[in-house]
Structures are given as C-alpha cells and as structure tokens.
Design a protein around this ligand. Structure first.
Ligand code: SF4
Ligand code: SF4
Length: 486
C-alpha cells in the first residue's frame, strides 16, 4: 500500500536584501519586491532547505504560549498571506519563468537604419569593426522614401490595437540621410494620424553633422536624441575617429552645445561605449553631465569577442563596477533629496524594478521591436540589420513568422539552462541577443561572461529601491509618473 504524503510548504525562490533599516525580498517568480517583517523572515528561514506541512507550520508559528486558538488563527492568516504573495508554496514550485508572449504580439517600434554609411571609423564599431555580422555588399547604402513609407505602413498594420507607435532613426551615421528622416517624419505623422494612433521618435547620432536647422527640426518634432560619444577629448578621440585617423571631439563639441541648449522638448542623452583604456566612468560622467550638460548619461561595455585589444579585461570590469557603484550612491543621494541625477544605468534598472518586469526575453528585439535595413529587410533589432543570417522578412512582404518564432523560442529565458537557477533572471533573461551571437555564435546563448556583474549591479539597484521605499517613497512615485510607469 502506498502512503500518500500531504504536500508540504516550501519557500519561493528569492533574493533577500536589507536597505533603509528594513528587510526586503525580491521574488524571482514575479519580479516583485516585498518589504518583510521579522515574522515573515522567520518563516522563510524556517523553510530554508526544508519542507513543512500546513499543520506543522501553523503549529510552529502559533507557539505554545497564551491563547492557542487566537494564535493559530493569526498563524493561519499569515500563512494565507504568504501563499497569496507567492513567498511560500505548497508542493512543487510554480512555473518560474514567464511564458513567451503570443506569436501575433503587436509591433510597437521600428528602428530604421536609414543608412549603413558612416563618416567616422570607430575602431570598435559593431557594424564595421572586427566582430561585425553585417553583410552589406551589393545592398543599398541609403534607405529610399519608398522603403521608409513601406516600413511605416508595416508598423501601423502590425501594431494592431496599440494606441501609439515609435520610430527610432539609426545608422551608420543617421544624419547622413537627414533629408529622408525629415520626409519620414512628415509621412509617419500623417499616416499614424489617419490610423488614429500617436507616434514618437528618437534618433541616435555621432553628432558630427548636427546643424542649428537640424536641431530646430528635432526639437520641433520632439525627436529624442541619443549621442554616441565616449567622453572628454583624449577618451573620445581614442576610438571615435575619422577615416584619416583624426579625432572627432573638436568637431562635435560646439554642435553638442547647440543641441543641448536648443533642444527644448526632449531629454538629450549620451551613450558611452566602454573599452580597454576608456573605463574612467566617473570622469566621463562628470564631463558629459556637468561640463557639456547632457540630461542623462548611460554606459555599456563594448560588444566584442574577448580577444580584441579594446575588450575590457576582468580587472577593468571590476573598476567599472566600482565606479558604477559610486555613481549609484550619488544617484541615491540625489533621489533622497528629491533631485534627478542623470546616471541612466540606475534610472533604467529602477524603472524596471518599479514596473515589476519579469522578462520572458531580454529585450523587445524580434517581438515588439524590429530593425529595418536600408534595403527594407527586417531583423530582430538595429544590431542585426544587413546581416543575411538574421533576416526576418521584408517591409514589402511582412514578418517571416517562422524565423521570428525560431529566434524567440531560442531567446526565451526558459531555454537558457544557466538562467534557471539565477535570481537576476526577471531583469536579465540571459542578456542581449546580439552580444550572445558575437560571443557564442548563438543569439539564444546566455551571456555568461557578465553574470557576476549583472547580479552585483541588480543587487545595487535593489538596495537603492529599498532605501527609497523606506525613506522617500514619494520619489519612486514621481519617478514612475515621469517615466509613464504608473
Ligand atoms: S545570463 Fe547570467 S545573470 Fe543573466 S539571467 Fe542568465 S545566469 Fe543570470
Ligand atoms: S538584442 Fe541587444 S542590441 Fe538588440 S535590442 Fe536587444 S539588447 Fe538591444
């Protein structure tokens, strides 16, 4: 005869942390943050590596002193509350990775590579450098208006019931095809209005071709601008050079000052690529934020095979993380005073924590977002444009659902073995598909070279969230409102 065992309680998978004098748990199955009291902590500690039946757990919580019936009723209520919050569960763990969105998930954004040409020759460029995956030979160098219009039409059609869509203009150097950009904005404004949808725009540029007229256009049309640059002259000119080897800082500096002074409608952001020898994060931040006046400054280590001369070694990454932590501390101090700091890397992670994201995929690539090459080929995002291996349809014929399905099933966090036991997966989900392809030759591979770094950074941002939740919750609310998260 088989004796049936009653299911027992286990604690959920979580990452615990203390901040602002309180204890918190980051619940991995939901991407949610809970402030917990000593009683809840005691239950979680009791279930550490052990299981307890309902009766045993209630009995232990009720204790033996005082009014037993009342104590048991309180214990029952606590257990119910912990189950409802999914901090404990009966029997087998529930599904711990979010399901992929449905195959017909509506498109939200297109990144239009309006040219694959660039007037700079940055040595680390993912598009032209040693690790490039693009195969542009024989393909158009500049997008035509016909292709751009077809892109807009596809976006509107594939956006289904979304009230608003977004277009990012990208290159190459985007402003080498400014005329098209202007015409696309004109066309897309009319087409989205006719479809009853709103539209927003953004643009990434190296800033070398900015003129006062372009700045006025960008401001008038509320085009968000991200400038790719690496810092003060000696750092900018290390890799961000013209084809003749000349640095670009002297050319962009006056243009940036015009942009930042006259672009009144949207924040102007700098995005810095960190490379070997360009890891002085704090100094770069001070220059871009305080000397030049960018509203936000974000950093990302270069995407590269590990043997490239410009890839950052482990010591370099430790130094980067230490400086990130310093700026993160500053971000917190600003936030406690109700001020905005401008270090994008914290702002973005805090936004995700506030939203409670629990990602099935690391980003929207191939799902709500797609890239369009100058020829009109669709790809998962701007980093895959013009790469024959990653074509996902064409703006004239539509999305290739089979290729999209293959990309998304391989990139799903549930397909990444190492991520299954990682508490940082609600935010990371394995990391950038493009980086994975460059490193491991597979867009669906987890970016295991960054795991320690990702977990440490996520922990830092959780502490910031916790401190604010205790000491200045109003800042989190205002932050959410400003970012459109609430
Ligand atoms: S890539 Fe690494 S850090 Fe990211 S979820 Fe997977 S195991 Fe965690
Ligand atoms: S695949 Fe990488 S580069 Fe492309 S959108 Fe995702 S995170 Fe960004």
């Amino acid at each position: 005869m088989t004796v049936m065992q009653a299911p027992a309680y286990r604690r959920a998978e979580y990452h615990g942390f203390a901040a602002g004098g309180s204890d918190f748990v980051y619940l991995v199955s939901a991407g949610a943050i809970f402030e917990i009291d000593a009683q809840v902590q005691a239950v979680l500690d009791r279930l550490d590596g052990q299981e307890l039946s309902h009766a045993a757990l209630v009995r232990e919580l009720a204790g033996e002193d005082g009014d037993l019936a009342e104590a048991e009723a309180e214990a029952e209520a606590l257990v119910r509350e912990l189950r409802a919050a999914q901090l404990i569960h009966l029997g087998a763990a529930p599904l711990s990775v979010p399901e992929a969105p449905p195959a017909d998930f509506p498109l939200q954004a297109l990144v239009l590579n309006i040219t694959n040409q660039c007037n700079l020759a940055c040595t680390y460029c993912y598009e032209f450098g040693a690790d490039k995956i693009a195969t542009p030979a024989g393909k158009p160098k500049y997008m035509t208006l016909e292709t751009a219009k077809a892109s807009v039409d596809l976006l509107i059609a594939e956006a289904a019931n979304r009230p608003s869509v977004h277009i990012t203009f990208f290159g190459g150097e985007t402003l080498m095809n400014f005329k098209l950009l202007r015409d696309v904005v004109d066309y897309a404004n009319g087409a989205t209005a006719a479809a009853g949808k709103g539209i927003t725009y953004s643009l990434t540029t190296n800033a070398t071709l900015l003129t006062p007229e372009i700045v006025t256009f960008l401001s008038d049309n509320r085009v968000g601008v991200t400038v790719s640059m690496d810092g003060p002259p000696e750092l900018q000119d290390k890799h961000r050079i013209y084809k003749n080897g000349k640095g670009s800082y002297a050319v962009i500096e006056p243009r940036l000052r015009t942009l930042i002074a006259h672009h009144r409608t949207r924040a102007v952001t700098a995005r810095v690529t960190l490379t070997e020898g360009v890891t002085d994060v704090v100094r770069i931040f001070r220059h871009l934020k305080d000397d030049l006046g960018f509203h936000e400054v974000g950093f990302a280590p270069v995407t590269t095979g590990e043997t490239r001369a410009y890839s950052i070694d482990a010591d370099g990454m430790d130094s980067v993380l230490a400086q990130f932590n310093l700026l993160a501390q500053e971000w917190l101090e600003f936030a406690l005073r109700g001020q905005v700091h401008g270090f994008t890397n914290v702002s973005e992670t805090i936004s995700e924590l506030i939203s409670g994201v629990n990602k099935s995929h690391p980003c929207g690539a191939g799902m709500g977002l797609m890239g369009v090459s100058p020829s009109g080929d669709l790809s998962p995002c701007h980093r895959f444009t013009d790469a024959d291996t990653h074509v996902m349809g064409h703006v004239s014929s539509g999305i290739d659902r089979a290729k999209q399905g293959d990309f998304l099933s391989r990139g799903h966090v549930g397909a990444k073995y190492d991520c299954q036991s990682c508490w940082a997966r609600p935010l990371c989900a394995g990391g950038c598909h493009h980086e994975a392809f460059v490193r491991y030759g597979d867009t669906g591979h987890a970016n295991l070279h960054y795991c320690d770094w990702i977990r440490q950074w996520t922990d830092t941002c959780l502490h910031i969230y916790g401190e604010l939740a205790v000491k200045n919750p109003g800042f989190l609310e205002h932050f959410a409102e400003r970012k459109g998260l609430s």
